[in-house]
Design a protein around this ligand. Structure first.
Ligand code: G
Ligand code: G
Ligand code: MN
Length: 251
């Protein structure tokens, strides 16, 4: 409750910012985009992770405002990056289900002048709590803007395959736990990893691996033909200044 009260003022007080983690093509080591990850610099408790405060925001009325802010801020910052680098933004289900979602998104693109095809939206499995009709209608509108959609944390939970049949995600992000298990050399884990990659390909989705930390994990992902990798092996999430410096001096 104390945190909820603090969170209510955190945006206005400028305590919330976005960190960015590169997403890399492993064959060439070329960065193709960044995922925006929220950070809260709490005046008393220091830096708080979103895994701690996003659930608080979701239980209150704060999540839509935070999620809208993240989308606008990410578009604004990414518009300054060179070339075709994309930014991936996590979108809370309540934000997607909110009336003003598409209007806010179009405004974020218009005011930043970020081309739609440089924006990706990440949804975790909780998005399947939103009605099929609304998801499809919204995904259709996003597609006309060129905005891509990613299913986040795939393999971590129940992963309803029936819903994958009905919705057109452009990407699936393989969960860190699955990545670790895939590299463990256990055949049952490898089978699950391989089938996620096959399923993605058959459904026309790009598979991306997240949370890759070690060389053997990276090798396992490359052996499976995964074209995009995100994890500490390349870089942790960094502040925007560091990202801009790195983009200027070469990554
Ligand atoms: O960066 P970190 O590993 O601490 O993030 C923890 C979780 O918080 C991740 O699962 C991520 O999806 C989620 N998260 C990070 N930033 C945002 C955000 O801007 N919006 C939403 N809805 N979730 C976020
Ligand atoms: O939205 P999503 O759950 O995909 O967010 C990715 C989360 O994973 C972020 O909170 C980020 O800080 C975290 N992360 C990214 N790379 C690694 C990694 O290599 N190892 C671990 N432990 N966490 C990671
Ligand atoms: Mn994510």
């Amino acid at each position: 409750k104390v945190l909820e009260e603090d969170l209510r003022h955190a945006l206005a007080e400028g305590q919330i910012r976005l960190a960015y983690q590169p997403i890399v093509t492993p064959a060439t080591n070329i960065v193709c985009g960044f995922e925006a990850l929220m950070r809260w610099e709490h005046p008393e408790f220091g830096e708080l992770s979103p895994s701690m405060f996003i659930p608080i925001a979701e239980e209150s009325d704060l999540i839509v405002g935070l999620s809208e802010w993240a989308l606008r801020e990410a578009c604004r910052e990414a518009a300054q990056w060179p070339g075709s680098l994309f930014v991936a933004v996590n979108v809370a289900p309540a934000h997607l289900a909110h009336n003003g979602f598409m209007a806010g998104l179009m405004q974020a693109l218009a005011e930043s002048e970020l081309p739609g095809d440089r924006l990706e939206l990440e949804f975790n499995e909780a998005v399947f709590g939103v009605s099929e009709e609304l998801i499809n209608e919204t995904f259709g509108a996003l597609k006309t803007l060129g905005v891509r959609v990613t299913l986040d944390n795939f393999g971590a939970g129940i992963s309803p395959l029936g819903r994958l049949r009905n919705h057109h995600f452009n990407k699936v992000k393989i969960d860190r736990q699955v990545v670790q298990q895939m590299a463990s050399g256990r055949s049952r884990c490898a089978a699950i990893g391989a089938s996620i990659v096959t399923l993605s390909r058959e459904l026309g989705m790009t598979a991306i691996a997240v949370g890759v930390e070690a060389r053997d994990e990276l090798k396992a992902m490359q052996d499976l033909g995964i074209k995009q990798v995100q994890g500490y092996i390349y870089s942790p999430p960094c502040g925007i200044e560091e990202v801009i410096d790195a983009l200027a001096t070469g990554l």
